[in-house]
Design a protein around this ligand. Structure first.
Ligand SMILES: [Zn+2]
Length: 147
């Protein structure tokens, strides 16, 4: 793309592309390190001051819409934390690329007010389209009306 608009746009795009080109393994999710109390009444974790259990290194991610947690060993944590960091960086780069592209689109189309912060073009009116298969409106349950 040589038709880049404002000065700096091409440089920003090149920087994002360069960073993307260096991306390595990327793991979804995040890692938290927890210290916990157990259920035993007479345990050091209930003492004062408490000696909590752990640390437990927990890798949490979403898989098929469900939250999945897995404990990692310290060695696994050392090995895979950079992969988690890579994925976070990739998400940041994707967000930067989208913001840059939104700005470029707005500039190219003359949409003065479309910005990464407000992605609704100004002076857009919703047009009611009559629907052929209109469902009969369900009666509102009592008590659900605004006070
Ligand atoms: Zn305990």
């Amino acid at each position: 793309m040589t038709a880049a608009g404002e000065p700096g746009t091409g440089q920003a795009l090149a920087a994002i592309r360069a960073a993307l080109g260096q991306a390595g393994h990327a793991l979804p999710g995040s890692i938290t390190i927890r210290h916990t109390r157990c259920g035993k009444a007479r345990c050091a974790c209930k003492a004062s001051p408490p000696a909590l259990h752990g640390p437990y290194i927990q890798w949490t991610r979403t898989a098929s819409g469900k939250t999945v947690t897995r404990n990692l060993t310290p060695a696994q944590y050392q090995a895979y934390r950079p992969w988690i960091d890579n994925a976070r960086r990739l998400r940041e780069l994707a967000a930067e690329l989208e913001a840059l592209s939104l700005a470029e689109m707005a500039r190219a189309e003359g949409w003065a007010k479309i910005t990464p912060g407000s992605d609704t073009p100004p002076r857009t009116r919703l047009i009611r389209v009559p629907r052929r298969d209109r469902q009969p409106k369900r009666p509102e349950p009592p008590g659900d009306q605004p006070a």
